[in-house]
Design a protein around this ligand. Structure first.
Ligand SMILES: CC(=O)N[C@H]1[C@@H](OP(=O)(O)O)O[C@H](CO)[C@@H](O)[C@@H]1O
Ligand SMILES: [Mg+2]
Length: 560
């Protein structure tokens, strides 16, 4: 790094000093904290995005959002050139620069890192970054900080894409790097046209089905609702009513996918008169989706159709299309291409969903919490479907499988037989265009759910009946130092501190179908407790006992 570059960073970073006592970690999903302390972090993230762009000689993205957190929080995450999350290899550097105490130290860190990574300014491309933000009021000034960060790198350019959902920004980064059309309108066109294409491939006899009728969507008072309003106009004939679109009401307060999934109650703005109607809920930055229906016997309770069930619906549909492809009646040489289909879950997946998926004969694998882990695993398959129980997930298609599908489509077009196979090929291709290949996306996920329900002629009730969730309970425990908890086996066992796992095992053994684990949250300063069992009272009691253990082993009571 030459002196000119050094002094540029020195000068701009002194405008964004790190507030006293702030310590941040890139965590499960980027940096998150109260918005008032984040300017220096977002400024530094701007530099990080620019360095990543220089290193990869590709465009990167920077998104300002705190997703489902309260409105006064905010956060920042980097999109890698693939449109996925920032490579995990750069997270320690991200942590180091975010917490660097002085501008001089900061410059030194960057200089050392650039040498280590061999990042140079004389590459063919200078750094280019797309910036996006959600609807949080703090987003505007934080976006300015991000821009200043980017501009601290000589030659770097930042393009403000405005208010977006997180998946839109990731989609744009991916599209731009593939030289595809990449505006917001292009995004809407791709989603709406592939959706219509998929629906047109629905067998005629079930086109008029129980799926007809209104869908009501809770927009979490965030960005997703307003984007859905735009998308809706491009989906002729779809009856979607958007509520909690942010015109009134507070972001994520008593609304949104996180609230609905964790509390299992209706979001604000939903009532007894909605009984029987298919409802869905997005989170604050629209990368999570859950469905629900209002219970008839109690105004606040819902039947939740969570990420696990969305995953199950997708897996069922994909598997069905793959078996149509394998049907007899065709003599193509590659007829028996065995597409590797894999399903990725975390320990939070309901045990009943895992049983169901295994009964379907699917390969189910587990990773730690956080989509960066699930996404990476899913990318190992020809078709990798991943979902967190909270509704974040997508379906990834390998390039080689897509080429095979395209070739197969051409083959079948020239023949008089194999019409059903060709339709299955076209459906899979449509799904690959509809479902966001960069990251989990509530809007594209919602359209795929709707298309599959129509295909199957199912109501939300039929879908919900795929299997019955085991009752579960999640709790949070505030402890002295959550990093004292170290887990293994995709977070299902605690290896440190000693003896706590043995104590958890003793509790779990008391309950039929009991399962429980603890792990430190990556987004909040708490230990999360998860428990499930055959009945709700047992799940509650198991969760409480394990929370008590967490408190005894790690809590303030133990701190002396
Ligand atoms: C139990 C749970 O829902 N955990 C969430 C939550 O992470 P934690 O590390 O558990 O705080 O936020 C992450 C980011 O949105 C999401 O990926 C994850 O699934
Ligand atoms: Mg989110």
């Amino acid at each position: 790094m030459d002196d000119n570059q050094k002094s540029l960073i020195l000068k701009s970073s002194s405008q964004y000093p790190l507030p006293q006592g702030v310590k941040l970690s890139y965590g499960t999903a980027g940096f998150r904290a109260d918005a008032s302390i984040l300017e220096s972090t977002v400024f530094r993230a701007g530099i990080l995005a620019a360095l990543r762009s220089l290193k990869t000689q590709s465009l990167t993205g920077l998104m300002i959002t705190a997703s489902h957190n309260k409105v006064t929080d905010n956060g920042v995450k980097i999109a890698d050139p693939s449109g996925g999350m920032l490579t995990q290899e750069w997270e320690p550097f991200a942590d180091a620069i975010a917490n660097s105490p002085t501008p001089q130290h900061f410059v030194q860190l960057i200089d050392e890192f650039m040498k280590k990574e061999n990042i140079r300014f004389d590459g063919v491309r200078s750094a280019e970054i797309l910036l996006g933000r959600d609807t949080r009021p703090s987003g505007e000034s934080l976006l300015e900080a991000a821009k200043q960060g980017v501009y601290s790198i000589v030659g770097a350019t930042a393009t403000d894409m405005g208010i977006l959902t997180t998946p839109q920004l990731h989609w744009m980064v991916r599209a731009r790097n593939k030289d595809m059309k990449a505006t917001e309108l292009d995004y809407f066109v791709q989603l709406s046209s592939s959706f219509r294409f998929l629906v047109d491939l629905t067998p005629n006899q079930i086109k008029m089905s129980k799926t007809d009728g209104k869908l009501i969507v809770d927009g979490a008072n965030g960005v997703g609702g307003e984007k859905l309003e735009v998308l809706k106009k491009m989906l002729n004939n779809m009856d979607i009513e958007v509520r909690n679109s942010g015109k009134e009401g507070v972001l994520n307060e008593g609304v949104g996918a996180d609230y609905v999934q964790k509390e299992k109650v209706v979001p604000q703005g939903f009532h007894l008169k909605d009984v029987g109607i298919r409802c869905a809920s997005l989170d604050g930055d629209a990368d999570r989706l859950v469905y629900f229906s209002v219970q008839s016997n109690n105004t606040s309770k819902i039947d939740l159709v969570d990420g696990d069930k969305i995953l199950s619906l997708f897996a069922l549909f994909i598997k069905e299309q793959l078996s149509i492809l394998k049907m007899e009646g065709d003599d193509h040489v590659d007829e028996n291409y065995e597409a590797r289909l894999g399903v990725v879950q975390t320990a939070y997946a309901n045990g009943a969903s895992t049983d169901y998926l295994k009964q379907l004969g699917l390969e189910v694998v587990f990773t730690p919490t956080g989509v960066k882990y699930l996404h990476e695993k899913a990318a190992e398959y020809d078709i990798g479907i991943y979902f967190e129980a909270n509704g974040h997930g997508t379906i990834l298609f390998s390039e080689s499988f897509l080429s095979w599908l395209n070739a197969r489509n051409n083959e079948l077009s020239s023949k008089s037989k194999g019409l059903e196979q060709q339709k299955a090929v076209l459906r899979l291709l449509a799904v690959s265009n509809l479902i966001n290949q960069a990251v989990g996306d509530a809007l594209s996920g919602l359209l795929l759910v709707e298309a599959i329900l129509q295909y199957k002629g199912w109501s939300i009730h039929d879908w919900s009946e795929l299997y019955h969730d085991l009752p579960s309970r999640q709790l949070k425990v505030k402890v002295v130092d959550r990093t004292a908890v170290v887990t293994a086996n995709a977070e299902t066992v605690v290896v440190r501190p000693p003896l706590i796992q043995e104590a958890i095992n003793v509790e779990v053994a008391k309950y039929p179908r009991g399962r429980s684990f603890i792990r430190p949250s990556g987004t909040e300063d708490v230990i999360r407790v998860y428990a499930e069992a055959s009945i709700q009272a047992a799940a509650d009691s198991l969760a409480n006992s394990v929370a008590t253990l967490a408190d005894q082993f790690l809590g303030f009571g133990n701190s002396g």
